[in-house]
Structures are given as structure tokens and as C-alpha cells.
Design a protein around this ligand. Structure first.
Ligand SMILES: NC(=O)c1ccc[n+]([C@@H]2O[C@H](COP(=O)([O-])OP(=O)(O)OC[C@H]3O[C@@H](n4cnc5c(N)ncnc54)[C@H](OP(=O)(O)O)[C@@H]3O)[C@@H](O)[C@H]2O)c1
Length: 443
């Protein structure tokens, strides 16, 4: 298999053997992300740490966006000590705190603008590709652009906030939604026509005193809803090539848990909209938040992608890393009980964090996705988008465009609810209201 033969094999069958990203990195991947500016949330541990390492191995500059700055600095030091070709920097980000998210985004904007300005100055022009203070690749910042955002940070099994709010929804969906919306202007290459608006579903228009509740992706809604329209739009000068190509990429680390997710939106007059907090059990809350990840990805691609009336030609992909042996279980199993996982390890149920990171790195860096997103790619076409070791490529009926959901570095059909375009559009609108943003950036 051309680009990622090792990927599906490493992450494929439950992945029990230990490996580092280095060992599974294809020889052709070296330098693939050179000069690219990437942001990885939750980069201090688990999958996010390995994604950071994998992107640095490929030459990227990675902003490690973490809520625990001490843990982030310690992780960054470990990576720097490995002498990888890329560079990294730590920035504080708490996805449960909108002020922190806004501060992070503002800081990113300032840093990139300053770096781009410096690169334009006569003294700065000769520095592209050199190393600035702190180990940052000047080439990565000089374009003033974010190439890749990996929404990796997440929680599972957390208790509700003191006011009863579901923290899975806040940390896993609403925080990343706000972060992505704020960073998108630094990722899209060009501004073109605003996206087509979906007509609101009939259910959403029926607002009672407390607002109406519209259900999860019903088959009927999926059947009647209008999918994305409009011609594919590619950013001028964007090459379908490696290194993330010219298109910005958003990788949302979702999960197969989304298949269990149910989502009910409370719709109604402005101020009354919301996401129904209709389950108290952590598992259903987690599954719902991961369903939101896939729905958000779909709507992001429809609005900003290269197909579906997109305005900037980004590539948005949701990925499933499999069952990975990380600290995410700490809210369910306290530290003293972590040994309970030990007997499970030889059973091969768990992947290593490095194995779990493979699909994330693939979605962030593989040229396969640029080719699949190219306007010329016909529906169902493999168009360079390679599958795992099973050999299957895309479903013949799969629409043109990048894959919505990847598992084992191959396209997997997400749940019916996750494929409901009306639900995705409604979630986008409700999420915008909840985080205090307009529905459309150009509104
Ligand atoms: N492990 C699995 O089996 C599995 C399976 C499917 C999907 N996933 C997904 O993979 C992603 C990474 O999880 P992981 O398994 O690598 O778990 P992990 O080792 O616990 O890493 C989670 C990371 O997210 C950070 N984080 C949590 N809440 C945050 C917040 N409010 N603001 C900023 N950062 C926050 C954590 O920071 P702290 O260190 O400060 O807590 C940590 O760095 C998650 O989205 C998860 O849902 C994992």
C-alpha cells in the first residue's frame, strides 16, 4: 500500500504489541510536515502526546495546547530531548473555560501575525526554514497560517459540573467547537461565497414555551434533509500534495462510542436553544459527545470544505483511535485501581498510545486525503485515498470528498445519526448559540 502500509497493520487487529511512532512511520513520511504549523490539544499525555511526536518526526512545528502547563512543559522537554526534526511549544488551553479558549485563540492570532510580519521584513526574508528562539521553525510560522488543528483532548467518566452541566459535552464538544470556529480564519486559504443554508426542520420550528425538542437523526430526517450542494471549490494555488497540502486540516478525535450516542436538541427562540441533558450516565454522555464530534466534522466539511459550497477548502475528518491504554480511564478507575487493567493487556484488547495515534497522524498529514478531496475526484473514487490492509477502498456510492470517519486509517461508515445532515446543521447552530458565536462567520 503506497503511503501507510504500516498504519493499518500497526493499529489493525486490536493492536497489542508495543511500538513507537518512529517504528511505524513509513520511510516516505520523513519531512512530510516540514514547515507545517500544527496545534494538538491535550498533547501532554496519551494519544495527543504520540500525535505530537509523530508530527514532529515528520518535521512539523506543534503547539501543544494543554490545561496543565507543568505537565505540558515536561512532555515538551521529553520530545525535545529526542532530537526530532520538528519543534514544539506549550500554550495553555482549558476547553471547559471559554475565556481560556478565547485567550488561546487571540494569542495564536497575535503570534502568527507577528511571525508573518517579521518574515516580510528585509531582515526576516532570509530566515524561512531557520530556527527561531525557542526552537520554533520560522518556516512554520512565517506564513501566518495554521495548517492542522487536532481536537484530541477529551474526558470520559467525569462527574457533572456543580450546576449539573454535562462536562463531556463541554470538554469534548463545545470547547473544541469554539476553538475551531475561532481558529478557522487562520486556516482557510481563501474566502468564497458563503455556504448554502439548510431550511430548518419542521420540528425545530415548533417552539413551545420551553422550546421544542428535536430528535436524533431519524431515518426520515436523514432522507428528507438536503445534503450539501454546490460545486467543489479549491483554494487557488492549493496543490493536492503531501505535507497536508495547501488545505488546512481539522482532525476531530472521535470514537466508535459515537454509535451508541443519542442527541436531542432543544430548539426555540434565541436564548432557549440547547442540547437536552437527558441522560445522567457517563457512558451515554460520553457517547453523545463523540456523536457530536462526528456531526460537527460533517457540518464543518459542508461549510468550509472543498465540496459542498465550502469557502476555504479545509479538510475535516473524524477519527477513531480504537481502544487505547491511556489515562482517559482515570475518572472511572482511580490511580490505586489502575492495576485492574493489567490482566486485560495480554488479551490484546488495548492499543498502545502510539498505535492509537496512527490514524490521527494519518488524517493530519497523508496526501491521500488531499487527493480524495480534490474537485476532480469522482464519487466513490479511491483517488489516492488508500484503505487498510483489508484492501477495500471507498464504497462505490461514497460521495466525492474526504472521508468523514476513519478507523484503522480506512473509511468507516458512521452511525445514521452522525450522517444526518439536518442534525449536523442544527447542532452547529445550537452550539454557536451556546458558546456565544453567530451561526455564520460572515453574518
Ligand atoms: N483511550 C481510548 O481508548 C480512546 C478511544 C476512543 C477515543 N479516544 C479519544 O482520544 C482522545 C484522547 O484521549 P486519551 O485516550 O489520549 O486520554 P488521556 O491520556 O486522558 O488524554 C486526554 C488529554 O485531554 C486533556 N484534557 C482533558 N480535559 C481537558 C480540558 N478541559 N482542556 C484541555 N485539555 C483537556 C487531558 O489533560 P490533563 O492531562 O490535564 O487531564 C489530556 O492531555 C479523547 O478525545 C478520547 O475521547 C480515546
Amino acid at each position: 500500500m503506497p503511503a501507510k502500509a504500516g498504519v493499518a497493520q500497526a493499529a489493525g487487529g486490536g493492536g497489542s504489541s508495543s511500538s513507537s511512532s518512529s517504528s511505524s512511520r513509513g520511510a516516505g513520511d520523513a519531512g512530510l510536515m516540514e514547515g507545517k504549523y500544527c496545534i494538538v490539544t491535550g498533547a501532554n499525555s496519551g494519544i495527543g502526546f504520540e500525535v505530537t511526536r509523530g508530527l514532529m518526526e515528520r518535521g512539523a512545528h506543534v503547539v501543544m495546547a494543554c490545561r496543565n502547563t507543568a505537565a505540558c512543559e515536561a512532555a515538551a522537554e521529553r520530545l525535545r530531548a529526542e532530537g526530532l526534526p520538528g519543534s514544539c511549544a506549550c500554550r495553555r488551553l482549558d476547553l471547559e473555560d471559554n475565556a481560556s479558549i478565547r485567550a488561546f485563540a487571540a494569542h495564536q492570532a497575535d503570534e502568527l501575525a507577528a511571525a508573518a510580519k517579521a518574515a516580510q521584513s528585509p531582515s526576516g526574508r532570509g530566515r524561512a526554514g531557520s530556527r527561531a528562539a525557542g526552537g520554533t521553525s520560522a518556516a512554520a510560522t512565517s506564513r501566518g497560517r495554521i495548517d492542522v488543528l487536532v481536537n484530541n483532548a477529551g474526558v470520559m467518566g467525569v462527574s457533572p459540573a456543580p450546576d449539573g452541566t454535562d462536562r463531556h459535552l463541554t470538554a469534548n464538544h463545545l470547547g473544541p467547537y469554539l476553538l475551531t470556529r475561532l481558529l478557522l480564519p487562520h486556516m482557510t486559504a481563501v474566502a468564497v461565497a458563503p455556504p448554502q443554508q439548510l431550511q430548518p426542520p419542521a420540528a425545530a420550528q415548533v417552539a413551545g414555551a420551553g422550546g421544542a425538542v428535536s430528535g436524533t437523526g431519524s431515518p426520515a430526517a436523514a432522507a428528507t434533509a438536503t445534503a450539501s450542494g454546490g460545486p467543489a471549490v479549491a483554494a487557488p494555488g492549493v496543490a493536492a500534495a503531501g505535507g497536508g497540502g495547501g488545505r488546512g486540516r481539522v482532525v476531530n478525535v472521535a470514537s466508535r462510542a459515537h454509535y451508541a450516542g443519542r442527541l436531542a436538541l432543544v430548539t426555540g427562540p434565541p436564548g432557549s436553544e440547547g442540547i437536552a441533558n437527558d441522560t445522567k450516565h457517563w457512558w451515554w454522555q460520553y457517547a453523545r459527545s463523540k456523536l457530536c464530534n462526528v456531526l460537527f466534522t460533517a457540518e464543518l466539511q459542508r461549510r468550509y470544505g472543498s465540496s459542498g459550497g465550502g469557502r476555504g477548502g479545509i479538510i475535516a475528518t473524524a477519527v477513531s483511535p480504537g481502544l487505547v491504554d491511556t489515562g482517559i480511564f482515570r475518572y472511572l478507575l482511580p490511580e490505586w485501581a489502575q492495576w485492574l487493567k493489567v490482566p486485560l493487556r495480554p488479551l490484546g484488547l488495548f492499543r498502545t498510545p502510539a498505535q492509537g495515534a496512527e490514524v490521527v497522524i494519518y488524517a493530519a498529514s497523508s496526501p491521500d486525503l488531499d487527493l480524495a478531496a480534490a474537485p476532480s475526484a469522482p464519487p466513490g473514487s479511491a483517488a489516492g485515498f488508500t484503505a487498510g490492509s483489508g484492501g477495500a477502498t471507498r464504497r462505490p456510492t461514497a460521495p466525492a470528498g474526504p472521508p468523514l470517519f476513519l478507523h484503522d486509517c480506512r473509511e468507516m461508515q458512521p452511525s445514521a445519526a452522525a450522517r444526518d445532515p439536518r442534525l449536523a446543521a442544527d447542532l452547529w447552530r445550537v452550539s454557536a448559540a451556546l458558546v456565544g458565536l453567530p451561526e455564520d462567520d460572515q453574518a
